[in-house]
Design a protein around this ligand. Structure first.
Ligand SMILES: N[C@@H](CCC(=O)N[C@@H](CS)C(=O)NCC(=O)O)C(=O)O
Length: 78
């Protein structure tokens, strides 16, 4: 299943979540705490402290950038 690392007040994360909901895509919501820094799972997976971060284990994809994530889910999951 898709996993999305997000911070609640991040507008880029909200944009991606909105699109996921619009497309009816089920995903695992991963809370991202900025204060965890490099100890964060998102950092350990993707190597950056940026969110949103999409992880698609079924396709070995780890992706930052909300625009790229939206294009990816539209292409692969809609
Ligand atoms: N261009 C990126 C911008 C993402 C971004 O700026 N995210 C902020 C939170 S709203 C972030 O993760 N900043 C890095 C940090 O706080 O360490 C996108 O569209 O996804």
């Amino acid at each position: 299943m898709l996993e999305l690392y997000v911070m609640e007040d991040c507008p880029f994360c909200q944009k991606v979540r909105r699109k996921m909901n619009e497309l009816g895509i089920d995903f695992i919501y991963r809370s991202y705490r900025k204060s965890d820094g490099q100890e964060n799972w998102g950092y350990k997976i993707g190597g950056q402290t940026q969110v949103p971060l999409l992880v698609d284990q079924s396709k070995n994809v780890v992706m930052y950038e909300s625009g790229d994530i939206i294009a990816y889910i539209e292409e692969n999951y809609s």
